[in-house]
Design a protein around this ligand. Structure first.
Ligand code: AMP
Ligand code: ZN
Length: 138
């Protein structure tokens, strides 16, 4: 746990939060600036800056927990779908540098969000990307 990390303090109960769920490894809280009704954050109790630092055993529990929360929240709040959003790095919009997964409920006829303009995959770029990434994975 980091003394200078607000999500460490929230996840470990040092700072009170609107908690929906807690277990040994995680706390799930309501986001203070919700994108929609029920917007929640899954916070590991251990500090990891982002997905690239996340421990594999902890990572393996994130999606099952998101599924469990999604099922319960859908029944409770009657939303029609939800997005999982997980920002890594400032350029990607990460503002709190403690790994967290957003669960954003979506309501039929609700506002548009989590969108991008599709480009076109360029053939030269495609080859270059595949070569470079595969090399890093070796
Ligand atoms: P991100 O931009 O992915 O780093 O998301 C950080 C999220 O944390 C934002 O949606 C904020 O509204 C939310 N947030 C920041 N501080 C708090 C807090 N003290 N309690 C609940 N949510 C928070
Ligand atoms: Zn932290």
């Amino acid at each position: 746990m980091r003394d200078d990390c607000i999500f460490c303090k929230i996840a470990n109960g040092e700072i009170p939060s609107a908690t929906l769920y807690e277990d040994e490894d995680f706390r799930v809280i309501l986001d203070l600036g919700p994108a929609s009704k029920g917007h929640a954050l899954i916070l590991p109790k251990e500090h990891y800056k982002d997905l690239c630092e996340l421990d594999d055993a902890v990572a393996a529990k994130v999606l099952p927990l998101a599924g469990k929360m999604g099922r319960a929240m859908k029944k409770a709040l009657h939303f029609d779908g939800f997005n999982l959003v997980q920002n890594n790095g400032e350029a990607a919009g990460q503002t709190v540098m403690h790994f967290h997964m957003h669960m954003i409920p979506r309501y039929a006829n609700g506002p548009q969000m989590v969108l991008w303009n599709p480009g076109k995959l360029d053939d030269t770029e495609k080859t270059e990307i595949i070569e470079k990434v595969k090399k890093e994975l070796e």
